[in-house]
Ligand binder design. Structure first.
Ligand SMILES: [Zn+2]
Ligand SMILES: [Zn+2]
Length: 217
């Protein structure tokens, strides 16, 4: 699995282009502000894009769906049902930040907890991780010890829960049950900032060590 990061936009969002090695089959995850660069890589490397996978429907993670569809017009768009409403409300989300946003094509497929998403010989297992957003999911490749983890946990921080549909207790439960249950060596590629690992966050993340939400972890 070859994972390339494309960071951009006003929120510094990380989009990921995941190519299954031994093939040209790829998926695009959370195409945000730098999605045009991601789309260019798809074309230049003659990749066969199988899907757009979305961890959640916040503005910064979906504002580049159109850019990817421009080079792969029929590519399916996968999102958890509980974030459909927020996806549709993209113009309202943008207005909250004093921005405007063009409408994006409607999701075509629903992601569910426990789903196995296969592309080429690669597999992502889908885990439902609400709290930062009601329909947030993460994509875990156990074989590769890597998870594309969206805005659940960051290096030294956690996702904000003050946006519509956010809930701190729910987020802490998602982190405890769906992230900290992964092996310590699992690399977390999050929606913002640098990569980290489950083990690093387990012992060093100020929101997860006992002084803060410890009893929840
Ligand atoms: Zn978010
Ligand atoms: Zn984000």
């Amino acid at each position: 699995m070859d994972i390339r990061t494309f960071t951009g936009g006003g929120f510094g969002e990380n989009a990921y282009l995941v190519v299954c090695e031994d093939s040209t089959v790829a998926v695009a995850i959370d195409p945000g502000g730098a999605a045009a660069d991601l789309a260019r890589a798809v074309v230049e490397d003659e990749l066969s894009l199988q899907a757009i996978l979305l961890t959640h429907a916040h503005l910064d993670h979906i504002e580049g769906v159109n850019d990817v569809r421009a080079v792969a017009p029929e590519v399916p768009i996968w999102l958890h049902r509980d974030d459909y409403g927020m996806y549709e409300a993209l113009p309202r989300q943008a207005a909250m930040f004093g921005l405007s946003a063009e409408a994006q094509p409607t999701p075509t497929h629903e992601l569910e907890h426990g789903q196995r998403y296969e592309f080429g010989t690669c597999v992502f297992n889908v885990r439902f991780t609400p709290g930062h957003a009601p329909g947030h999911v993460i994509f875990v490749a156990e074989d590769e010890s890597v998870a594309i983890s969206g805005d659940v946990v960051f290096m030294g921080s956690i996702g904000r829960t003050d946006l519509p549909g956010g809930d701190l207790a729910t987020l802490m439960r998602s982190i405890r049950d769906q992230v900290l249950t992964l092996p310590d060596e699992t690399v977390l590629l999050s929606g913002h900032g640098p990569p980290t690992t489950v083990g690093h966050e387990r012992v060093g993340n100020p929101f997860l060590v006992p002084h803060y939400g410890g009893e929840l972890v």
